[in-house]
Ligand binder design. Structure first.
Ligand SMILES: NC(=O)c1ccc[n+]([C@@H]2O[C@H](COP(=O)([O-])OP(=O)(O)OC[C@H]3O[C@@H](n4cnc5c(N)ncnc54)[C@H](OP(=O)(O)O)[C@@H]3O)[C@@H](O)[C@H]2O)c1
Length: 334
């Protein structure tokens, strides 16, 4: 593999980003043990591979994920496009419900959160600032109005939303141009295709698919919750639990069969499928390992054919289990 590749660019609204991003969440939270040194090497290797769009959030940790990203980009800030998110109330007492005290989309919280994120990231401007979850107690116009003021103040370049339905997207976009919407989108989760994706395309908003590897399941390397740590997010993920994982392995086998034909891996097929969905789509597969990063980067070169797409199309309809448990589903705007 070449050591440095030119960055191929896609656009999220008017924000130019590398055509593939890197999800940083799992580097400090949700999936397995932390290894900061390895994570930082992964971020630096991403730069060499032309993957410069990094995704983090205040709530990851909370705080320690932004701190890690800040350490990784120190002295090379301009090489990266940094996206982070706010929208939760973080309690001072981290022993209480691991630092989270519900949603908070208030203008005050937007103004508070941005200062903390700027500090932890070690930067004076955030390239893409998302509302992580819509707060039903606060009109989205008020939240986005406050985010727009942060653009005017030069603290944020572009605004995004995460886990939002079409009505909210329109209301928010009427207040200030939304550059990107971040939603779960992958071979096993295609719920956004009916209404959300057409709305984004009508309005010229980019899509940032999260969990494009189905939190690792679609790679074929995780077949159940056995072997995952007790605190691993996937212990509570319906698709990994209660017999659903065993049923969902048929989908992985379908992906693996296509991968074998191409001399590729299942992860590469899953990412090539997302990559092929359009130039306005920029996935952020997550990994803390150079090995997976390099494999995922190469998925940009994998061209699937018509027969592959037809076979892969059948997967989403066969999946057992909801994408979130009830608690997490309640926070999703529809
Ligand atoms: N907006 C939201 O609400 C929201 C929700 C979830 C995630 N996100 C963002 O989206 C990003 C991506 O989602 P995600 O990380 O949850 O899920 P993902 O990208 O679907 O999967 C990540 C998992 O796949 C594993 N993996 C990655 N590449 C692999 C490969 N080539 N072969 C085998 N395993 C591989 C990783 O392993 P290792 O951990 O061992 O590297 C990790 O366990 C996150 O990092 C986060 O920034 C946003």
């Amino acid at each position: 593999m070449q050591n440095t590749v030119p960055t191929s660019i896609r656009r999220l609204g008017n924000l130019a980003v590398s055509s593939l991003g890197l999800g940083c969440m799992g580097m400090t939270t949700s999936y397995g043990e932390r290894d900061d040194a390895q994570a930082i090497v992964t971020i630096h290797r991403a730069r060499e591979l032309g993957i410069t769009f990094l995704d983090t959030a205040e709530v990851y940790g909370p705080h320690n994920n932004e701190e890690l990203v800040g350490r990784a980009i120190a002295g090379r800030r301009d090489d990266f496009v940094i996206a982070t998110k706010f929208g939760f109330r973080i309690t001072a007492d981290l022993k209480v419900a691991p630092g989270l005290a519900g949603l908070d989309g208030s203008p005050d919280n937007a103004r508070r959160a941005v200062e903390g994120s700027l500090k932890r990231l070690g930067t004076d401007v955030i390239d893409l600032f998302y509302l992580h979850r819509v707060d039903p107690k606060v009109p989205v116009e008020d939240t986005v109005g406050a985010m727009a003021s942060l653009v005017t103040a030069g603290k944020v370049r572009f605004i995004g939303l995460s886990e939002v339905g079409p009505k909210t997207i329109r209301r928010a976009h009427a207040v200030h141009p939304i550059a990107a919407v971040q939603s779960e989108y992958s071979l096993w989760e295609r719920g956004i295709e009916a209404e959300i994706l057409p709305t984004l395309r009508e309005l010229g908003i980019g899509l940032v698919p999260f969990c494009p590897l189905g939190r690792g399941f679609l790679t074929g390397t995780i077949t159940s919750t056995q072997g995952l740590g007790a605190k691993d997010f996937r212990q509570g993920d319906p698709r990994f639990r209660d017999g659903n994982a065993a049923r969902n392995l048929a989908a992985v086998e379908c992906i693996a069969a296509i991968a074998r034909r191409h001399g590729a891996t299942p992860a590469q097929v899953a990412l090539a499928w997302v990559f092929a969905q359009g130039d306005d789509v920029v996935a952020i597969p997550g990994t803390k390992r150079v090995r997976w990063l390099e494999e995922n980067a190469a998925a940009r070169e994998l061209a699937l054919d018509k027969a592959d797409f037809a076979a892969l199309d059948a997967i989403a309809g066969s999946i057992a289990g909801a994408r979130y448990n009830e608690h997490n589903m309640e926070m999703v705007d529809r």
